[in-house]
Design a protein around this ligand. Structure first.
Ligand code: MG
Length: 377
C-alpha cells in the first residue's frame, strides 16, 4: 500500500489501522482505503445532486453564488489544509468533508426544518447526519456485491459524529459507532471547517446580493471590521468590493489559523499519543480559543439577524415550506405515486419515513417538478 510521503502525527488516524468495510474487499494497488472512499463519494449520485441543492440562496439570485456542491468543495479545501497543518490524515478529512452534506434535503435549512416538523407529527425526526448514513449504506445502488458504497468504518462513523454526539441509549441502532467515544480529530475538524466555509460564503453572497452592505458588516462583525480597517490603510484608493474581498479572506485565514493553533495546543495539553487517546478524551479537541469562539459567535448572530431573516429570504422560505408540506402529504395519501423502490419500502417501514427519505433525496429542481406534476391546481 502507498505510504503517505509526510509521516502523520501520532494522534492521527492511520489508514493501516482502519476497522475496514462491512463487506471485505481486496486492497487497491495504488489507492489507500480512504482515497477509495473519497472517490466513491465523488462518484455517487448523492454527491452530484448537491449541485442542485440550495445552500442559502436559490438560483433566482445569481448563478455564481454557492450551492451545496461548491460549499462542499470549500469545506474540503479548508479541511485538507487544517488536517495537513496538524499532521492528520488529510485523505480521511477530505473524504469526510466531501460527504458531510450528502444527507441535506433540497432548499437548505428551510427544507431540513420542514421535514423535521413533518416527522415530529409521527413522533419521529429528520436528522441530516443519519440520513447521510442511510444514503451511503442503502440508497446508493452501484455495486453488484453489496448495497450502498461499502465505506470504511471511520468514514461512516465520521458521517454521524462530525457535528454532534448522539446519546447511546437513544440510538441503540448506532451501537457499532462507539457513541460514548469522541471521533478521530479528522472528523472533529469538519464542523469548524464547515462553519468557516459557510459564514465567510454567506457574508460574500449576502454582500453580492446587496442584502448586506460593507458598512453594515464592518460594524456588526468585529473580526471583519478590524481586517477592513487594515485594508483601508493599506489600499486607501481600492474599490469597496476589493477591500471587502481582502478583509473577508483575511478573516477566513484568521479563523483557519486559529483553529489549527488551538487544536494543536489542545492535543499537546491532553498528551495525545494515539487516536485512541483522542477517542477516550472527555471532550472534543478541535476548535477555537475562547476569544475566537466569541468572535465567531458574533459573526453567526450577525448573519442570523441580518441575512437569514432578511425579508427577501423569508418570503421565499414560506413558498418552499408550502411545497414540501403539500408534497409530503400527497405521497402519504397516495404512496403508489412513489417510485417503485420507495413504494416497496412502505411494506417494511413506516410510510412517513419512506416519504421523508424520498423527499430528502430530491434536488430543488426535482421537488418543484414533482410538486407541479402531482399538485398543480
Ligand atoms: Mg455544510
Amino acid at each position: 500500500m502507498r505510504r503517505n510521503p509526510i509521516p502523520l502525527a501520532r494522534y492521527a488516524m492511520p489508514v493501516e489501522n482502519t476497522l475496514g468495510r462491512r463487506y471485505p474487499e481486496l486492497p487497491h494497488p495504488y489507492r489507500n482505503e480512504y482515497e477509495r472512499d473519497r472517490d466513491r463519494i465523488i462518484h455517487s449520485r448523492a454527491f452530484r445532486r448537491l449541485e442542485n441543492k440550495t445552500q442559502v440562496f436559490t438560483r433566482r439570485f445569481s448563478d455564481h453564488f454557492r450551492n451545496r456542491l461548491t460549499h462542499t468543495l470549500e469545506v474540503a479545501q479548508i479541511s485538507r489544509t487544517v488536517a495537513k497543518a496538524l499532521g492528520l490524515n488529510a485523505d480521511l478529512a477530505e473524504a469526510l468533508a466531501l460527504v458531510h452534506d450528502a444527507g441535506h434535503p433540497p432548499f437548505g435549512h428551510t427544507g431540513e426544518a420542514a421535514l423535521n416538523r413533518l416527522m415530529r407529527r409521527y413522533g419521529d425526526r429528520f436528522d441530516h447526519n443519519l440520513h447521510a448514513l442511510r444514503i451511503v449504506e442503502r440508497f446508493e445502488q452501484k455495486y453488484a456485491a453489496f448495497p450502498g458504497l461499502n465505506l470504511t468504518f471511520e468514514v461512516r462513523e465520521g458521517i454521524i459524529k462530525h457535528s454532534r454526539d448522539y446519546d447511546p441509549e437513544a440510538h441503540p441502532e448506532l451501537a457499532e459507532y462507539r457513541l460514548g467515544e469522541r471521533p478521530p480529530v479528522e472528523a472533529q475538524l469538519i464542523d469548524p471547517a464547515d462553519e468557516i466555509a459557510y459564514n465567510c460564503a454567506d457574508l460574500d453572497d449576502g454582500y453580492e446580493a446587496k442584502l448586506l452592505t460593507f458598512a453594515q458588516i464592518r460594524q456588526g462583525v468585529p473580526i471583519f471590521g478590524r481586517q477592513a480597517l487594515k485594508e483601508d490603510r493599506k489600499y486607501p484608493q481600492a474599490p469597496e468590493k476589493l477591500k471587502f474581498n481582502e478583509a473577508l479572506r483575511r478573516m477566513m485565514d484568521q479563523l483557519v489559523t486559529g483553529l489549527i493553533g488551538h487544536t494543536r495546543q489542545g492535543l499537546s495539553k491532553m498528551g495525545a499519543r494515539s487516536v485512541e487517546d483522542v477517542r477516550r478524551a472527555k471532550t472534543r479537541v478541535a476548535g477555537w480559543s475562547a476569544p475566537l469562539r466569541s468572535e465567531n459567535r458574533r459573526l453567526k448572530e450577525f448573519l442570523h439577524q441580518n441575512l437569514y431573516s432578511h425579508r427577501e429570504l423569508v418570503r421565499e422560505r414560506r413558498q418552499i415550506l408550502r411545497l414540501i408540506n403539500e408534497l409530503f402529504n400527497h405521497f402519504l395519501e397516495r404512496p403508489r405515486n412513489l417510485p417503485p423502490f420507495y413504494f416497496e419500502q412502505t411494506h417494511r417501514e413506516p410510510a412517513h419515513r419512506v416519504v421523508c427519505d424520498y423527499i430528502a433525496g430530491m434536488t430543488d429542481h426535482y421537488l418543484i417538478e414533482q410538486h407541479a406534476r402531482f399538485l398543480r391546481r
